[in-house]
Design a protein around this ligand. Structure first.
Ligand SMILES: [Zn+2]
Ligand SMILES: [Zn+2]
Length: 129
């Protein structure tokens, strides 16, 4: 009959230790899964590894559009890859016609190709410059 306070404390310690071991193992499993994920396919993981990300751009000078890989801290406008003027601003793909258009900060603007209306008032985080 070892039911004294010390043996109870030891019991508690062992369950707590068991719990910590389980948590540590779970974290290791998550870490391994993440390593497999980032080591596996390309896409965003590739961008993270190469220290940059892909942007869509729109050149206000020559109207060129496309995709470009830039550093994470790239500042727009950037030099247009086509005409080399510093007029290439960040763009996005119009969800109606699929063409790349300037990502404007106006409260409301239209896609110049299909007149799809974009309302930044629905995106307050975009409305401020
Ligand atoms: Zn250009
Ligand atoms: Zn459009």
């Amino acid at each position: 009959m070892e039911r004294n306070p010390f043996s109870r404390l030891r019991e508690w310690m062992s369950t707590a230790a068991g719990r910590w071991a389980a948590i540590t193992l779970a974290l290791l499993a998550v870490g391994a899964a993440a390593a497999v994920f980032f080591g596996g396919s390309g896409g965003e993981a590739d961008d993270i590894r190469s220290g940059g990300r892909r942007y869509l751009y729109y050149c206000r000078q020559c109207k060129a559009t496309g995709e470009i890989r830039l550093a994470w801290d790239a500042k727009f406008p950037i030099n247009c890859p086509k005409c080399d003027k510093r007029e290439a601003v960040i763009g996005f793909r119009c969800n109606k016609c699929g063409r790349i258009i300037e990502d404007r900060r106006d409260p409301v603007f239209e896609c110049p190709h299909c007149q799809q209306v974009y309302d930044n008032r629905l995106n307050p985080w975009k409305a401020k410059k």
